[in-house]
Write a protein that binds this ligand. Sequence first.
Ligand SMILES: [Zn+2]
Length: 189
Amino acid sequence: MRENDRKSGQFVVPGERLGVIEEFIPGTGTYTKDGVIHSQITGRTLLDMLNKKVSIYPLIHGVSVPKIGSIVAGQVSNVQSKSATLRISQIGNKFLSGNFTGILHISDASLDYVDIMYDVCKPGDIMRAKVISTMNRTHHLSTSERNLGVICSFCSHCGHMLTLQERGLRCPKCGKIEKRKFASDYGKG
Ligand SMILES: [Zn+2]
């Protein structure tokens, strides 16, 4: 860290010189050697000018981007007869700041034959899916496995959240029964 770079938010790597103990108190993510404070980790600096303390905020390695095999979750934004579009907001348990779009084609939606995409999901539903291809910068998704599919959905008649009952998804408010390709743990999340 150069003298004039001494502010919070500077990107540093392990071993990088942060200052000397005469100037700063070494905080978390730092170590001291021969009176010089170094960063122990990759991260960003946090300078507490009041207490003259330097700490490093760790950066999570690698920017989260859905890859082949990633389990993602997101909201269905558009449904056509043979495909649906998902706004991916989560990879595993990690919420994303960026926006990724996923495409689910009807042939990858279920192991059973599906006639029309509206029997798989509807706009507004939350789905869990697996990324099967990232060709042409599009995330192609599959929901055919048992644990994949709709995990939260809403009644197309009254908008109430559908609950999983013995015979499928049902609206507890108006009684409407709806078709979805739902995940085996629907409603338990
Ligand atoms: Zn309803």
